[in-house]
Write a protein that binds this ligand. Structure first.
Ligand code: ADP
Length: 460
């Protein structure tokens, strides 16, 4: 049941949205529906952002470079104070998984709409995350939950125990960086030395760990939501195997072809792990899935780009639930209330060349968006909008929902055919071709499929 303004009164009545683009629009909508006031911020490049006009306050916090605006913690805290915000929603990317920022927000007497700084810090270090998950009974990739020692003989023994191929990962790594696959023993030490040096330079820590390298996994993730009162539920699963350079391109819910009795214990273990680590708000457990088994790889302690596919299949407004949890309200659903109806797909529409994938900036001269039953578009752009070169190239998310996977695919094909963006290059033609692919339609893909498909396409 939607709440009235009086009912939703909690720890704050005004939210500063420390983000930009489509997610700034999405969060603003959730706040307004909950009767909360909103503060939008922008960099100089985003002064014309449409969500600035619909917010209760709109403040420019710095130059176009993200480091001087969306990543400038002092400027954001000052904006919150000036605009009278009681809470900060970090969205995704930027400061959303920065434990020091979460701490600074709380120290400034504001609510950080997300987990505590200590939950973020535990999950931000891949070794401590793995340790916490193993302790909570979440299935992990084979390999120790401790940092690799320096002693070469011990390292060799660990690799032999796991069995080649193995993967070396930086504890502080992220964004697909700081990882190296080791196919056999004779390149082990060289791989360790290179990854250590990379990790030291990129993440400020030389700490590494080792695990089994899975050769043909799918990427499957579980969405959770928790309150401050000891309740945690999982809202279903998503398949995000369609990736290019570790970036997700298409997501769907539920993950196709996974029997409920296989996923059920994993979902429950995730919810249980949240209770054990005192987690608050929304989060996602990412797994690799191979030969019927799940292997935890990391937890994202924030709202994710692909949350809409779970919203459409579960019927839960994840952003509202996240804000309500930060308000201090108890969850208004139990695990027994969670269902999964139909099937949903999301396409990320990026301002980029469909062949080279190079970002494309410029003015959108014409825009036509699809509409109709089971079609949702999350976007901040409009005809005349200037796509700036400073930020991520995501300009819209096209999301569909239908009773079956086949019907959802057909709906996406039709929706993509009705989507027109002119003035800049986009990946729409690439997405249209992907939705004609037979193996994808049959759900026969893994995390390498899209890259192989692109290679084949270029060759023909
Ligand atoms: P990041 O935080 O950099 O995104 P992840 O741990 O989530 O790092 O891994 C990123 C990607 O690397 C995964 O989606 C998967 O494609 C690949 N990967 C990570 N660990 C393994 C593994 N043990 N076996 C095979 N692939 C892996």
């Amino acid at each position: 049941m939607p709440e009235t303004l009086e009912q939703s009164a909690g720890r704050f009545d005004t939210v500063l949205i420390a983000n930009r683009g489509e997610i700034a629009v999405r969060i603003q909508r959730a706040c307004r529906e909950l009767g909360l006031k909103t503060v939008a911020i922008c960099s100089e490049a985003d002064r014309q952002a449409p969500y600035g006009k619909t917010a209760d306050s709109f403040l420019c916090i710095g130059p176009s470079t993200a480091a001087k605006s969306y990543l400038n913690q002092d400027a954001i805290l000052l904006a919150a104070r000036l605009a009278g915000a009681g809470a900060i929603h970090p969205g995704y990317g930027f400061l959303s998984e920065n434990a020091a920022f979460a701490d600074a927000v709380e120290k400034a007497g504001l609510v950080f709409i997300g987990p505590t700084a200590s939950s973020i810090a535990i999950m931000g270090d891949k070794i401590s995350a793995k340790r916490a998950m193993m302790a909570a009974g979440v299935p992990c990739v084979p390999g120790p939950d401790t940092a690799l020692p320096d002693d070469p003989a011990t390292i060799e023994r660990i690799a032999l125990e796991i069995g080649y191929p193995v993967i070396i990962k930086a504890a502080g790594g992220g964004g697909g960086r700081g990882m190296r696959v080791v196919p056999k023993a004779d390149v082990l030490h060289e791989a360790i030395a290179l990854t250590r040096e990379e990790a030291r330079k990129a993440f400020g820590s030389r700490s590494l760990y080792m695990e089994k390298f899975l050769e043909h996994p799918r990427h499957i993730e579980i969405q959770v939501i928790c309150d401050d009162h000891g309740n945690a539920v999982w809202l279903g699963h998503r398949d995000c195997s369609m990736q290019r350079r570790h970036q997700k391109v298409v997501e769907e819910a539920p993950a196709p072809g996974i029997a409920p009795d296989i996923i059920q214990p994993v979902g429950l273990a995730c919810a249980e792990a949240c209770l054990q680590i005192g987690y608050r708000g929304v989060g996602t457990f990412e797994f690799l899935y191979e030969d019927g088994a799940f292997y935890f790889i990391e937890m994202n302690t924030r709202l994710q780009v692909e949350h809409p596919v779970t919203e459409l299949t579960s019927g839960v407004d994840i952003v509202q639930a996240q804000i309500r949890a930060a308000q201090g309200h108890g969850l208004d659903l139990t695990q027994g209330d969670v269902t999964c109806e139909g099937h949903s797909f999301e396409c990320r529409i990026n301002a980029e060349d469909p062949e080279t994938f190079l970002p494309s900036a410029g003015v959108v001269t014409h825009l036509a968006l699809p509409a109709g039953p089971g079609i949702r578009v999350d976007t901040h752009i409009h005809a005349g909008y200037k796509v700036s070169p400073y930020y991520d190239s995501l300009i819209a998310k096209l999301i569909v929902h239908a009773p079956t996977r086949a019907e959802a695919m057909a709906r996406m094909r039709e929706a993509l055919a009705r989507t027109e963006v002119e003035g800049i290059s986009t990946n729409i033609s690439f997405l249209r071709a992907l939705f004609e692919d037979g193996a994808f339609a049959r759900g026969e893909t893994d995390i390498h499929y899209l890259e192989q498909w692109l290679k084949l396409r270029r060759a023909t």
